[in-house]
Write a protein that binds this ligand. Structure first.
Ligand code: FES
Length: 660
């Protein structure tokens, strides 16, 4: 070190910028010290004749490690007793994370350290690995930290943090929030890494395959782009958390292999697949499906799966078709093939058979939903007092003729069509549906009509029913929405059967709308939409504000529709009155609660219905329905928010142990 370097306290003779931080004699005398360098509080320990430097913030929840103790080379934090190997910082307790260490040198009687050492692995990789740890060990705080870490360090590890602002930011008892700097590519990278890591884990480590955890993940991935900026990470955290919980203590899944014969026709593969599902042979069905993924266009794979999902009635009380649809939509977020394989194929320059690692894992994991499903024709409610199962099967048998009759025709939906679907005559309902097909109604048009009827079952749900029946109408609603979404993935005529099943479930739910809940008619309002949204959030703080929540949603639409859109954009007084803001408020209400699987599904499906319909009244109903459902289920204990808040404050460097 030169005299000048020694004077400045900086050693430039190596690549490491060592700085003098303490006297060795003083440190040896005290045993420990805290120094501040490079923005870190760094703990120095003199132990066993050696000097060690570690981040003074315990990686678990930030407690000062100089207030811990060292025994036998193990540093123990005194808050929750996490233990760390002193030299390299490795933890014995996976929930706590490794503590960062700093290189130290002793020169003469002075201690030098490098406050900014090169990390062993890039931060984005470190947080991805940590996310995997959190999934494996089912550790909510680790998951929350990882989602935040991935967003902060996406891209080149240069993520930035700033306070959220406006309606999107601050508050809600969270102690503030961290958000990215608006770099969309980095946000997308963090989003995709989180979803991909959770999908890879969830499809491998649950023997029974795709379940509620991965469905929640798929829903939160969809909600990510519709909630406010500060709630995006909460949404991903909720998804990852549910995957971890759903896989906890489950045996792993072993995936089958595609057939070597790649020259099997679509028709034969489809028949084999359905035959194997019919006899509940999961392994056989999976091998056929993997062969189809390797050889057929995606829409043909979708046709196979949705055909099998409608070979029996309303399978698994809606979940089979709904989960398969969500699996396809999750693939839209992560892609059919993994980036690792895409990159290796590009690098090799070879023409290879396309590989679809994600599609293989995701779609194969749904097979048990088909082979193990309850078939609603087995239920007495579908057989007595009216055999509605037979009505569905008869209508399905007539499909070829109905579709032929409808070719080239354009269906004009009768004005009373949805009310017919809401009626109490199942034969009239099936008759209306089959007439529509013969008149040219597409699967998308018919599924949309059933979806509008099913939306009303939630929107009109009478609160004098048993509370658990919220989920009865919820299942019908998400099933109908999933059938509609499925029609965008394949034009398979088998999806008409999904319309029959959905309509019969709407029929079975009729008593849950007796009497219909009072919904406000469209009107005028000059209230500030921001105040309406604030009050809507407030309704979720109290139990039972079901009808008030719907009224506020309706009033928000009143404001939007009573003001000319151009004037609305021009006037700052009423800015923010768009339904997109209302969605963000509902999203805010959702992610701050310990929202269950069904509630998350309900909101996601409602947002999809909102986007699917054009009629203003239908759009109102699409958002009034989830507002009522949410108000019925909120408030919760908000433990999830507490965990996320802790992770956020730790990332911001707050001292949690000093806050009451
Ligand atoms: S163990 Fe150190 S803060 Fe919890």
């Amino acid at each position: 070190m030169t005299t000048e370097e020694a004077d400045s306290g900086t050693d430039t003779s190596t690549n490491q910028a060592f700085v003098e931080v303490a006297s060795l004699a003083d440190l040896a005398s005290e045993g420990q010290a805290v120094v501040s360098e490079g923005g870190h509080a760094i703990a120095l320990f003199h132990y066993g004749g050696e000097v060690y430097a570690v981040d003074n913030r315990c990686p678990h929840m930030g407690f000062p490690l100089t207030r811990g103790s060292i025994d036998d080379g193990v540093l123990t934090c005194h808050w929750h007793h996490a233990r760390f190997e002193l030299a390299e910082g490795d933890t014995f307790d996976i929930w706590a994370d490794d503590v960062q260490t700093f290189p130290v040198e002793v020169r003469d009687d002075a201690v030098y350290l490098d406050p900014d050492p090169e990390p062993d692995v890039p931060p984005a990789i470190r947080w991805r690995n940590r996310l995997a740890d959190g999934l494996q060990e089912n550790l909510s705080l680790v998951l929350a930290k990882s989602v935040l870490g991935l967003h902060k360090h996406a891209g080149n590890g240069s993520g930035t943090a700033s306070r959220a602002s406006s309606e999107d930011g601050g508050g809600a008892g969270t102690g503030g929030d961290i958000r990215g700097d608006g770099n969309e590519a980095e946000e997308d990278s963090a989003f995709r890494t989180t979803i991909e890591t959770a999908v890879n884990f969830g499809t491998r480590y649950r023997d029974s395959g795709w379940g509620r955890g991965l469905t929640t993940l798929g829903c939160t991935a969809s909600l990510y782009h519709q909630v406010g900026e500060r709630d995006k990470r909460r949404a991903l955290f909720m998804g990852a958390r549910d995957v971890a919980a759903d896989c906890a203590d489950e045996p792993p899944r072993f995936q089958q292999y595609a057939f070597d014969n790649r020259d099997v026709s679509k028709e034969r593969l489809k028949e084999w697949f359905r035959d194997n599902c019919e006899v509940r042979d999961a392994d056989g069905a999976e091998r056929v499906l993997l062969t189809a993924i390797a050889t057929l266009p995606r829409e043909d794979v979708a046709e196979m799966l949705f055909a099998a999902a409608t070979d029996h009635l309303y399978m698994n009380a809606s979940h089979t078709l709904d989960f398969i649809n969500t699996a396809f939509e999750t693939l839209e977020h992560v892609g059919w093939d993994s980036e690792a394989h895409s990159a290796s194929d590009r690098a090799s320059g070879e023409q290879r058979e396309p590989r679809a690692d994600h599609a293989d894992a995701v779609l194969a994991s749904t097979v048990n939903q088909l082979t193990d499903a309850t078939r609603s024709e087995e239920l007495s409610s579908w057989r007595q007092p009216v055999d509605i199962a037979d009505l569905c099967f008869d209508a399905a048998d007539r499909l070829p003729d109905l579709v032929t009759a409808g070719e080239g025709e354009t269906w004009n939906e009768p004005s009373s069509f949805v009310e017919t679907l809401l009626g109490d005559d199942p034969e009239a309902i099936i008759d209306a549906l089959t007439r529509a097909i013969a008149a040219g109604a597409s699967t998308t048009e018919l599924a949309d009509a059933v979806g509008r009827a099913a939306t009303r079952r939630v929107a009109y749900f009478a609160t004098n029913n048993e509370f658990s029946d919220w989920n009865t109408v919820h299942h019908t609603f998400t099933y109908a929405n999933a059938v509609h979404r499925a029609t965008a993935k394949t034009d398979a005529t088998e999806l008409y059967r999904g319309c029959f099943d959905g309509a019969m479930s709407v029929y079975l739910d009729r008593f849950l709308n007796s009497p219909r809940a009072p919904l406000p008619d469209p009107g005028d309002s000059d209230r500030d939409p921001v105040a309406i949204r604030a009050e809507l959030l407030d309704t979720f703080d109290e139990q039972g504000k079901v009808n008030r929540a719907a009224t506020l949603v309706s009033e928000h639409f009143d404001v939007c529709e009573s003001i000319d859109s151009q004037a609305r954009r021009a006037s700052s007084d009423v800015a923010g009155g768009d339904p997109a803001d209302l969605k963000r408020t509902l999203g805010r209400g959702l992610v701050r609660e310990d929202a269950g699987f069904h509630t998350i599904q309900n909101v996601e499906a409602a947002f999809q219905r909102f986007d699917a319909v054009d009629d203003p009244l239908e759009k109102r109903l699409a958002l009034m329905a989830p507002a009522r459902y949410m108000a019925a289920h909120f408030p919760t204990r908000r433990e999830t928010e507490q965990t996320f808040s802790i992770a956020t404050r730790l990332q911001q460097g707050e001292r949690l142990h000093e806050v009451e």
